[in-house]
Design a protein around this ligand. Sequence first.
Ligand SMILES: *Cc1c(COP(=O)(O)O)cnc(C)c1O
Length: 846
Amino acid sequence: MSPSLPAELGPLAELAANLRWAWDPATREVFKWADKQLWEAVEGNPIGLLGRLGRDRMAELVADKAFLGRLTEVRADLEKYLTGPRWAQAQTPAPPGVAYFSAEFGITEVMQTYSGGLGVLAGDHLKAASDLGLPLVGIGLLYRHGYFRQLLDHDGWQREQYPHVNPHDLPLTRLERDGEPLLVEVDLQGRTVQAQIWKADVGRVPLLLLDTDLASNHPDDRVVTDRLYGGDSEHRLRQEIVLGIGGVRALYAAIEAGLVDAEPVMFHANEGHAGFLQFERIHRLMSSGGLDFDQAIETARASVLFTTHTPVPAGIDRFPRDLMERYFAAYADMVGVSMDRLLAIGREPGDQSGSIYNMALMGLRLSAGANGVSKLHGQVSREMFSDLWPGVESPEVPITSITNGVHASTWIGPEMAAVYDRVLPPDWSHNPDAWTLAGGIGDDQLWRARGRARERLVQTVREWARAQGRRRGESNLGWTDSILDPEALTIGFARRFATYKRATLLLSQPERLRELLLSTDRPVQFVFSGKAHPRDDGGKGLIRDIVHFSRDPEIRTRLIFVEDYDMQIARTMLAGSDVWLNNPRRPHEASGTSGEKSVLNGGLHASVLDGWWDEMYEPAVDGVSNGFAIGGRGNGSDAGHQDAADAASLFDVLERQIVPTFYDRADGQLPRRWLAHVRASITTLGPKVLATRMVQDYTNQLYTPLAQRAMRLTADGGKRALDLGAWRGRLATSWEGITIEDVELESASGTLGDDRDVVVDVRLGDISPEEVEVQIVHGRVRADGTIAQPTVATLAVGDGHDGCIRYTGTMSLDISGEYGLAARVVPRHEDLRSWAETGLVTWAPE
Ligand SMILES: *Cc1c(COP(=O)(O)O)cnc(C)c1O
């Protein structure tokens, strides 16, 4: 940054140093005002702008009263945002401090610390936490080469270029103490590796990024934090050790040095990558609290929340045993356990020899709470991981769900933001309740805003296409002036090119697609974008297929692939697309978020009923729905068959619903039916897709209750945690002594609404009656013999006789049909979150 910025312009540097500019249009306007041309040249990076602002221009600005006035206002607004009370300050109990760990963070396209949805979600989580005033700290890695920039060669094949990131060009400050960089050390196979810590201020939320690119490190260790998802499995393991173990050390070092305020009560692991944070915490508890390994685990897990993001087993980090042995032999010695005991934490059920270490299983075993990222994904995760809790039926597997949301101010284009400014209360960007007024958005203003955003997309795509063509050395680029029609129905598809997302589903029926594209009275146009993972030739092949299809001179102005997808391209596409297309293979999309961004921009989501869409799509009422559903709710076992069926459905939806509705201009001008859909979409979905709704859910359902319990368990040197651990151990050894002797049901008339008395006789062996609950589980029986949506009732303890204890209760039949009932004994302890986490249960014999 320029050292010679005059004092009058000092507030510019303060604005640049806080990433709130990434989502505050007023702040960006000030930078643009400072030097419009330069602002474009530095691609919207304020640090770059201030470093290159000329002396003459500075002098002009210092003399410009209007500019200085605006600068003061915007600076004051930032101050108010940073220090004023917000949602969290009005909650009782006060939400706990949270340390949020993630391998990637997508805050702005200027900082290449993300690859796709997971990172953007983490960025939106921090921004929403800031908007809500939650005391949260982010922890991640600073990649010196970020994620790659995508270039397509003449054949449409993806090439990767890795930029060199200079942290001094970014809004980052290096943490220092007494003028020296604050360093943390981690052991990588017997060699000490140092990491420095960069801090980004994301509004009110500090984000700490570790960086091993230091001259004092061995060359092999300097490159640990070189690329996001770059190297092989060993490289990945080294990164995850720095993230997890180094991350906890960096956090405490920063707190000790007074550089970060909030001491976290909760640790939130966003996906399995940061799982090793628990190894560090376990070790700390052992050395400071005199606990043994098992006791330390019991204490450490109380304050961890684990979020899983993939229903695809191949998407989970798994490390081979020999790699784990090499990197964790010293750790196992240090904590005094065998390698087998240590590796059991990540062992997969059925893997007798412990040949694989699974980071998701580590996350589940070492956390107090776990969640998936949509309702459907929660259900899929409970089934996928149910082996970890033998005896527990999947509906009761202790994995809950919180559906992802998106940060409104980041993702809403200026056209629709202006509409919301006019119609909604001023806090619409972060208050879900503000959206109840969205029904008042009029057809005229909605259509005008949509038209302007589409027009902007069209102009921008033409510029991108010209730049792409020039870079490839193509002359004759005149045709790019007729790319896309600003009046035509515009459909966007952009995301990572992972195969399960089926980017080429449309191409499976090329003739039907051509017909849509080339229609003269009701034309449809498509914009595609997205990167394939550097080692995913399958994904790269899909990109090439799309590029080849779009080469046809008739098609090339109607179907475009835009290179180098990033957050900026995403914003422009999302703002301008009338329809956002999403056709993954169900149920592989854990949530998906890009469609939520489209909704907030007045686009309509056309999607397979997967992820967030499965729970939020509402079919038509009076001919108006909040979007479009592709395919049904089945998960085909045969992928080829499912693809064909979904493609057929996709074309049906396009031809019979989307195109006719968009082009229905009954009164000769406005597509009123279309606009009614858009209004329904904004009204029903707006409040649900906000990232602040998501972070409020995390706070109310997980952070706060888990923290209350963690504080109880860890008080007095973790006394209650130790008691709980000891109790768990004793119960596990004595559990076999439990038998259910008899289950009796009275007045079995089977009449609806009848109450029936239930009596269960149980032998408990060494376990006392207060340590268990005897329950009956009842409900309608499904074809496969299991009980659908079971009701669980707890019975009351009665008298003992002949070594048996009698439990009694009543149940009422509330539905007709074949009815099932089962009795069971489960553990009970006031510090357990749910009995299921123990995996112990005894069912009555059939
Ligand atoms: C929102 C977003 C994603 C996630 O898209 P999905 O459709 O949810 O997979 C990926 N990349 C970028 C740049 C995004 O902004």
